[in-house]
Design a protein around this ligand. Sequence first.
Ligand SMILES: [Zn+2]
Length: 856
Amino acid sequence: MRSFTRFSLTVLLLLGADFFGVTPCSNAAPQTAASAPQAQPPATTTEPAQPAATQTGATQQVTETAAIPTEPRALYETLNALRPDGARVYTVKDLTLRRDVVSITFTEGKLAFLEPLGGRITGAVFSGRGHVIATPHERGERRSLAQFIGVPILDQPFSDAYIRFSDDTAAELQHQLAQDGVEPVNDPDFTAHWIPLAAGLAPTHSLRTMMDWLAAEPIPYFYILLQTGAVGPVEVSVDYRREEQVNIGQPRFTDGVRSYDMWASFRAENAPAVNTEAFVPLDYRVDSRIAEDLSLQGKTTLHLRAGRAGERVVAVELSRQLTVDEIQGEGGQPLPYFQNEELSRRDAARRGNDFILAVLPEGQPAGADFHLQVSYHGSVITDAGNGAYFVGERGAWYAHIGGEHFTPFDLTFHWPKRLTLVATGIESEAREDAETKSARWRSETPFPTSGFNLSQYQMASTAGQPKIQVYANKELEEAIIDRLQLAPPNSVPPASALEHFKDAAHLSGAADQLPAPSPTSALKQLGANVQDSIHFFDNVNGAFPLDHLDVAQIPGSFGQGWPGLVYLSTLAFLPPETQERAGLNEWAQSEARDLMPFHEVAHQWWGNLTGAASYRDVWIEEAMANYLALWYADSKKPGQHRLTNWLEHYRAELTNKIPGTDHSIEDVGPLVLGSRLGSLKVPDAYGILIYGKGTWVIHMLREMLRDPNGKDPDARFRDLLRTVLAEHSFRPLSTADFQHAVEQHMTPAMDLEGTHRMDWFFDQWVRGTDLPRYTVKFEVKPRGNAFIVSGKLEQLGTEDEFTAAVPLYAVRVAGKPERLGVVVTTGTETRFHFESRIRPTRIVIDPNLTLLWNKG
Ligand SMILES: [Zn+2]
């Protein structure tokens, strides 16, 4: 319900290689060596020392290779033109390479290096027999591997390998070849079939290599694409520019759609504790001109600080729908840049934005700040029909640095006068001429992102604090009208039908009297509800961080919470009768009505006041927003048990079997897989886990922190939330930060391991995938006026060390369940003895929903 594009895996995207055998696209067509400019003098200032081993076997070729161009475009094209060297083909036996937990053996076959450039070798190709083995240490990553290939380790023979690197792989291989006394031979037949393939695969690696070659202190990478028999092409990379250096995955091409399966991603054993970002944004100034045809012409000025000294390549994210016209550096000089050079190898399922690489004239000292100005044009606004528009590119409509950064934003828009524009920040300097309106929006606090939308809106505002302005379309978008079956699908509804709706809305007056599909009729009420929810959340989270909130209708069926600006699906603006006529089932109606608006409001704290440190931490803000929305909805109508109903609904979804398997949806992967859960080929796994299980995790924490006898039973839970938000205002929050805060608020009863830590809870519920099942067996013996209830609680479906505090209640034929006590489970069977005032005929496990377990 919120954009995850900000959690793209940054430089990973630069490494998306193609399949073996896929024809390269035209813009990655092989350049001939002759066409690439090579006349530049070598860039001796950026050239690192030669690897020692090149002195042994490759001295001759070092002296013969072309010089390294200094101009970035020429360097890129020269790198693209490097081909496997058919004049020096090695017959290899039992060569080995080890990178972190990945072990690669070239058992038997032929190997050729790419032609060197400036004495440096950047790749090799191999055909023959080989074997790869990789065993991730983390259980969650092994489980992820198993989801894709059936076993928790990568252990595969391969026939072909394409290898690229900026580390000392060439020296390592040459050293082994020299030791074995292998001399290269002329074998152009071997390299002939590799040449078109290498050409198609090169551009991504040329860019990545360039990053290192232009940097004062290169941060190397290793990459290998393997053709295996059983599981198809496999990519393994170890890139020290990434937060998670080791990646194992597979590009896929299904039904004409490119996607990417990330099988495993984790930190290398020798990774630095902290990865310093190359460039950090300090603030953004964005000027956007929207034409009558909704095309956008924009200019983003990025104020940046160099995090690492001597880096020259700045990676900027911008939608591929926008074409860069120019990038200017400090002082206005045009900079060389690369936009979508490897577009055909980009994949939608990674949810990454598109990248531009701009090359600075020289490296900056660490801490230096400077400006980049990116100008672009294109189309990011979609017409949903009937005057409803939608900015489809979310965070990628302006040029920005990827990752979670809180910065000031200064936005200026110029747009057609017939439309109303809403944007994040405080509006000022509004003016209009004959055809165009303009205004400026400045963030009042640092924002993690900025957004806007525009449509033919009507607006209603609410009195009181904070000021709520609700914007809704004058007409319904076509999709909703289609769903109402007033028009054949995909056709424009007759004007008379729309007129009828408008009249009905005017006549009905109140939102829920008659079907009144004009969403504007619900504006006032929705504004009042949103304001009321803010007052509720103030009490839980601490004060609302802004003094106003705009709520804008968007086409489609989801919502999104930008800072000070909430997008809500049209469905949330419709009265229940209309929702029903639009084909929403009971849960979808409740979601649109009870959940979505307040979920997005809660993101004003969880997501916009603090954000996720990485894709692994997104579950916190989503689960928290969802839980708080349910808590609020529940508080409005306690008799309807909305919280309990939703928890049971989520439990049922989590325990559903994955079609065609014996595993439950809960088993798919841990919450810390974040967006990767979406690529696991299990329908809805991402939503069911992040929202459903995430909501349960927050609920279990609240239940454990609860003091039923306290004046405010939730005082500890509220204090936890306020503390986390106060300590992480305007900066990212990690799962480890969150766990630490829970540990500072934990009660003695939560200390199941006696370590004053909550590892047991986070390992099981956040980093793990166990979902226990329980059965109880007991016997009763009278003792005095009471009864001794003893027996055993069986725990199934979990690892042996799984532990939980399971409340048991005694029930007799008539009367309420009486609490016997809590059993802290250890292993598959835990014995218990309780004294009870009543003689139970039955024991009920956790009737008050304090624990997620599989009842099925
Ligand atoms: Zn959300």
